[in-house]
Design a protein around this ligand. Structure first.
Ligand code: ARG
Length: 455
């Protein structure tokens, strides 16, 4: 490859630390795509002949078929996917193949291949979000009236609906999806034509290659084109945030499936049994979604640290950019699929949820709000009066609605029987009609608005 000035080949350790073919063979399609665009442009600019171009294009088709058929032997001596494709092309197409690398370096080549790969990966993940979001909307609509406890500090706070709870995740996941769209838009510029670092003296048509590969434009600065990896860091960052959100829902699924909670039953498809305890139905898929965030954030951290302090332009350090992205994308895609499946199969236990929603004096705020609304009491005073009533119920081990009117009037004489109308969980959720609140009609409206916005 660079035999000209070298007497000996690399030592065995050098070869081992240098070769990237084990992982970058995954870029073969992108590499061939980029090479075809480059060859067409070279011919259009009269830098190579049309006959050479045609020999390169048919040769590259053959290389692609061979790789797909598992016929390519990957050899660490050829370092990476770029050298594998090119050297096989030269065997097939001879001198024409040897002209392909005119005005090009592996530095702009790998940057182009990797951008194409991450762009496709982003598109796949965005499509996976569409599936996940539509499952959430269906389930949120279905369970718009299903009450459950809302928590703060994981202590019963106020009743909410399962539909509302799911729609909270809809909002988070929709932002995660749009973060992926944002990085996709920013990454969509073409490094090809930057050559090694300084650009090239050949009259390349960089607009043509950019267009041919579906990029919005060629990158404006050759040094930046070969040195930038922020597109990969940004994708990993977006996936990290998104994975954190998935893990929060996964954790709730784990919690809800426990015997003390009994809020949901997981489907067989997303549970496992125990080899010793026959009663067990374990939420392994949810646990693994919860755990994968560690690997994804780890990949994000890893690449940031590789890039930190690297001088311009290309350094071999940057070869270490691919594995974290490949692994994180694989993990993340699996998490999205598992979460989509778990939510689709999710069956709530409405009775257990409603019972829990009514516990913990969850409608105490409704009682205080009644005092403010009906008796025109300042909220701080209402808070104090309600606290006294809660204490009585707590001491007797009963719910607020089990107290008598006389008990209430013993705390504040102006209280009337009307107060009991606000103490049920259904009344509580139905009253939360202010925009963004948990009232079932709000949830249905939010679902419809989301469906409309998405179309
Ligand atoms: N395999 C290399 C990488 O992934 C390709 C670029 C090599 N360029 C070079 N000048 N050695 O980064």
């Amino acid at each position: 490859m660079w035999g000209g000035r070298f007497g000996d080949g690399p030592g065995a350790i050098m070869q081992e630390i240098n070769a990237s073919i084990d992982f970058d063979k995954r870029l073969y399609r992108e590499d061939i795509r980029g090479s075809k665009a480059h060859a067409k442009m070279l011919a259009a600019q009269n830098i190579i002949t049309e006959a050479d171009r045609d020999a390169i294009l048919t040769g590259l088709d053959q290389v692609e078929k061979e790789i797909e058929a598992g016929q390519m032997t990957f050899d660490p001596a050829l370092e990476d996917i770029h050298m594998h494709v090119e050297s096989r092309l030269r065997e097939i197409a001879g001198a024409a193949g040897a002209r392909l690398h005119t005005g090009r370096s592996r530095n702009d080549q790998v940057a182009t291949d990797f951008r194409l790969w991450t762009r496709d990966a982003s598109d796949r993940m965005i499509a996976a979000y569409d599936a996940l979001l539509s499952v959430i909307l269906n389930q949120a609509e279905r369970y718009a009236d299903t009450v459950m406890p809302g928590f703060t500090h994981l202590q019963t706070a106020q009743p909410v609906t399962l539909g509302h709870h799911l729609m909270a995740y809809y909002e988070m996941f929709a932002r995660d999806r749009s973060r992926l769209q944002d990085c996709r838009a920013r990454m969509n510029e073409c490094p090809l034509g930057a050559a090694a670092l300084a650009g090239t003296s050949f009259p390349l048509d960089r607009d043509m290659t950019a267009r041919e590969l579906g990029f919005d434009r060629p990158m404006a600065n050759s040094l930046d084109a070969v040195s930038a990896r922020d597109f990969a860091m940004e994708l990993l960052s977006a996936m990290s945030i998104a994975a954190v959100h998935l893990s929060r829902l996964a954790d709730e699924i784990v919690l809800w499936a426990t015997a003390p909670f009994k809020f949901i039953t997981l489907s067989d498809a997303f549970s496992t049994g125990s080899s010793i305890m026959p009663q067990k139905r374990n939420p392994d898929a949810a646990e693994l979604v919860r755990a994968k965030v560690g690997r994804i954030v780890g990949a994000q951290n890893g690449l940031m640290i590789v890039m930190k302090g690297l001088p311009l332009a290309y350094s071999k350090d940057m070869q270490e950019d691919k594995e974290p992205v490949f692994k994180a994308v694989d993990d993340f895609a699996l998490c999205l699929a598992a979460m989509t499946g778990m939510l689709e199969d999710l069956r709530p236990n409405a009775t257990a949820m409603a019972a829990a929603a009514g516990g913990g004096f969850s409608t105490a705020t409704d009682l205080a709000d009644w005092l403010v609304r009906v008796l025109k009491m300042p909220f701080r005073d209402a808070h104090h009066v309600t606290g006294t009533i809660v204490k009585i119920a707590e001491d007797r081990g009963v719910d607020l609605s089990d107290l008598s009117l006389e008990d209430m009037q013993g705390v504040h004489e102006a209280i009337t029987a009307d107060i009991f109308t606000v103490l049920s969980v259904d009344a509580s959720v139905a009253s939360r009609t202010c925009f963004g609140g948990t009232a079932p009609d709000n949830v249905r409206k939010a679902v419809h608005a989301a469906r409309k916005a998405h179309k």
